[in-house]
Design a protein around this ligand. Structure first.
Ligand SMILES: Nc1ncnc2c1ncn2[C@@H]1O[C@H](COP(=O)(O)OP(=O)(O)OP(=O)(O)O)[C@@H](O)[C@H]1O
Ligand SMILES: [Mg+2]
Length: 508
């Protein structure tokens, strides 16, 4: 290699971060080379996002550490300095303003292009926005609030914003779990983008819980565990198993699909239509785990929300024979439907309330006898569910914002699993959840099904569907394009059916 291997785009030396009660990072050293894709992996709460927020100037590190971009020392806790140094970020929670349009979000932080008079050049703004979004493969409505976009579309907006032309060239693009809810098809588009950034000489720091992405994309990988840097190695010198074991500090048993006796129909959908979805007919029996697959916009990403009544629908939804009116999530919950939505921040959690409050919001009825008793029982119940889910949190009385992304996801799951629902609707249930915790979540879903719960799980993670489901319904353009059963459920078959590629042995 040339001398340039000694070059460093970004270096961290002795960087630590202490939160009250938690050492999130403990004297971390890291060097990122120009033109490399550097993966950052570790279990939930291991410190990945904290490291990134320090780079972005959002958190100040403890005294004593040094961060350099090239040869220049980066000021701590100064977002403008990070931007000027050429660092660009797509954060785990994306940081979009949900009530604003995509065009406005693209302009935020970067400033609107202004004419000589100082007025905003809207036409230019829209042209730029449309062009980047198209490059990312999304022809979206730029004027409506991003709240109305799908998860993938929102990620694209956040990426487009990070890539927005600015005075300083991009030295390092940081992506914190950009693919958490992305189906394989969209992940490819993202890969192209990452490779393009690298081809332009910038480096990429890439956080993901999907180890196959690390091997598809990265040159080197750094493993964090409990705030400690365990190792930085070349991707060619390791494998997924070794990496998973390094992250967990031991061996992870991912479990396998269970076959169980099915009971009566628990959830019935008749001629259900939504925004994209057309005339869906589906019956899920007690103890059955049915998967929903398909590319984004196929209807896969709409079914659980529509069934719960969180977005408009026509057609009939029945639980245990009782019809649930449309647009009445409260009645859906009262009839025993539990719902883990794909977007936990928008629909699943109240971020400024505590872990305990979030877990018990759905089930206050249980605790209505005597306030002191209620509090005590609530707390021990939440502690117990935290244990089952392997929740890593500074306690149950802290706000959700103090939890790592994966741990927030576990709280949404716990909130509904606790209620022992008749029907459990899961949309991307293990997004952002680490390999070991994912295995645990799968075991808990299995246990719910063992107890007779009917489970409908929409997932862009084919491995998850293979692990959990005895039946997978694949959608394409709002309609069922294939149904896979038993051993026919493979990653390849799901992907092919989702893209509308005909296959022998698959009934269309
Ligand atoms: N604002 C905060 N206040 C207190 N503690 C925090 C705060 N932010 C993070 N932490 C704690 O710091 C630790 C590291 O969290 P971090 O978000 O960096 O994890 P992560 O590796 O990104 O995990 P995930 O894979 O779940 O996103 C966790 O124990 C978390 O609870
Ligand atoms: Mg994180």
């Amino acid at each position: 290699m040339t001398d340039s291997t000694d070059d460093v785009v970004l270096s961290l030396r002795d960087v630590s971060k202490t939160f009250p009660g938690t050492v999130a990072l403990d004297r971390v050293d890291l060097a990122i080379r120009p033109g490399e894709v550097h993966a950052l992996v570790g279990q939930n709460g291991s410190g990945k996002s904290t490291l990134i927020k320090i780079l972005a100037g959002f958190h100040e590190p403890d005294a004593g550490g040094t961060i350099r971009v090239g040869d220049t020392v980066l000021a701590h806790g100064d977002p403008a300095a990070a931007h000027a140094a050429g660092l660009r970020f797509v954060h785990q929670d994306l940081g979009l303003v949900m009530t604003e349009s995509a065009a406005d979000n693209l302009a935020l932080g970067a400033g609107y292009p202004t004419g000589r008079t100082g007025g905003i050049r809207w036409r230019e703004q829209y042209r730029y926005a449309r062009q980047v979004m198209r490059e990312l493969g999304h022809d979206i409505d730029l004027r409506s609030p991003v709240r109305q976009l799908s998860a993938v579309e929102r990620t694209a907006v956040a990426i487009a914003r990070a890539m927005r032309p600015a005075a300083a060239p991009i030295a390092l693009l940081v992506l914190d779990e950009p693919t958490a809810t992305m189906p394989a098809h969209d992940v490819e588009t993202l890969y192209d983008l990452v490779r393009r950034v690298r081809a332009n000489g910038a480096a990429v720091l890439y956080v993901s819980h999907h180890l196959d992405e690390v091997f598809a994309l990265a040159d080197r990988v750094t493993v964090l565990r409990d705030g400690h840097l365990i190792t930085t190695i070349g991707v060619a010198d390791t494998g997924p198993r070794e990496l998973a074991d390094l992250m967990a500090g031991g061996h992870v048993d991912i479990g396998e699909r269970a076959i169980r006796e099915l009971g009566d129909p628990a959830l019935e959908l008749r001629d259900v239509s939504g925004r994209v979805l057309r005339d869906l007919n589906l019956v899920v029996r007690q103890g059955e785990i049915v998967g929903l697959a398909g590319i984004d916009g196929s209807g896969r990403d709409e079914i659980t929300m529509v069934t719960f009544g969180g977005s408009p629908r026509t057609g009939t939804v029945r639980v245990g024979g009782a019809e649930i009116p449309a647009d009445r999530p409260d009645l859906a919950a009262a009839h025993g439907i539990g719902f883990v939505p794909a977007d936990r921040a928008a629909h699943g959690l109240v971020m400024d309330m505590t872990v305990r409050e979030n877990m018990t919001l759905t089930r206050l009825g249980d605790y209505l006898s005597g306030l002191a008793l209620r509090h005590r029982r609530e707390r021990s119940d939440v502690v117990e569910w935290g244990r089952r889910l392997g929740l890593a949190a500074p306690g149950t009385e802290v706000a959700m914002t103090a939890l790592s992304g994966g741990n927030q996801q576990k709280v949404v799951l716990g909130k509904w699993l606790r209620t022992n629902p008749k029907v459990l609707l899961l949309d991307e249930p293990t997004q952002g959840v680490d390999v070991a915790a994912k295995a645990e979540v799968h075991r808990l879903v299995d246990r719910a099904a063992d107890g007779g719960t009917a489970v409908l799980v929409a997932s862009s993670d084919e491995t998850e569907l293979v692990r959990l489901c005895t039946r997978v319904v694949v959608l394409s353009r709002g309609r069922v394009s294939a149904e896979l059963v038993g051993d026919d459920i493979t990653r390849a078959a799901i992907t092919r059916a989702g893209l509308g590629v005909a296959e022998e042995g698959v009934s269309a």
